[in-house]
Write a new protein. Sequence first.
Length: 354
Amino acid sequence: MALSIGIVGLPNVGKSTLFTALTRKGGLAANYPFATIEPNVGVVEVPDERLHKLAEIVKPARILPATVEFLDIAGLVKGANKGEGLGNQFLANIRETDAIVEVLRYFSDGNVIHVEGESDPVRDVDIIKTELILADLATVEKAIPRLEKEAKRDKNLAAKLETVKELQGWLNEGHRALRFDMTDEQREHIYDLHLLTMKPMLYVANVDEDQAASQPEAIDGVSPIPISAKVESEIIDMDATEAKEFLEMMGLEQSGLERLIKAAYQLLGLQSYFTAGEVEVRAWTVPVGAKAPQAAGVIHTDFERGFIKAETIGYNDFIAGNGEAGARAAGKMRLEGKDYIVQDGDVMHFKFNV
Ligand SMILES: Nc1nc2c(ncn2[C@@H]2O[C@H](COP(=O)(O)OP(=O)(O)OP(=O)(O)O)[C@@H](O)[C@H]2O)c(=O)[nH]1
Ligand SMILES: [Mg+2]
């Protein structure tokens, strides 16, 4: 299943501009607040140079990168929880995402209306944080009476009710759920509430074009990723070489998409391994620390259930050996069992039996 990321922020900060640039898809980007009403969904290929290096050697019929799904929703404003603006009703659309990206306005275009008057990323982070917490409080407050009723019939639910009530107090103090000190059991208690402030968050600073290569100050202990939505939208129509040259001219080594996805993988503790055959060369996403059977399970549950072993070649060994045969001849192919911890870039071939 593809990683999914919800994009939030105040209206008019460039969410749809960024979304359109990332997904190369025509969401509506416009200079009026609430240009976006229905959520836009777009799937992006995870850029990974290594896939192409593998494909040069293997010459497969097709190359399949990992994918990330982005959801662009309406802007949130102060009071969204009370029905102000349109954002609140669309928060439901990002309840199922794995992470949230908050776009912050840093660019200084006087022609583009700022709903809060002028740019102040710290204040904006605070507004959105409050709205997300209030949305979670509404979820929790709805859950409590239901849990109270159920707990009367099922004693096992008493602990769950207790956790949810404690969390309510925490949210009421203005903290994100993610910062609530929880045991694994408590984490399970609140899992099905799909709280927004439980999700890992990244900040994107939508900066002026000439600031795309400079690092903005941290907010709340988090360093925003500087991305110029404008620059990103300019490179959409360029071919790879042109885009690279253009980015270099701006002092950038990688596109915003690459930097954003890299940051998201890091934040979520994810990595890629590869399968490389004549039919396809493909990237698969697994958590850092995943063992071989779990990695196999990403391809098919049967692979996990019937896992026997994994023929594994490290990425660099695969390249150095100019493919599987060479790596094998150099003694670089390992037969790994069910306790093997998959490494980023491993080229794997699973043996299974069902
Ligand atoms: N100068 C400049 N303008 C930008 C940039 N990014 C977005 N804009 C402009 O800002 C306006 C709003 O952009 P959108 O992408 O529609 O903003 P949004 O956050 O999706 O807004 P809502 O959907 O209303 O919440 C548009 O006129 C964009 O062209 C940027 O990096 N620089
Ligand atoms: Mg929009």
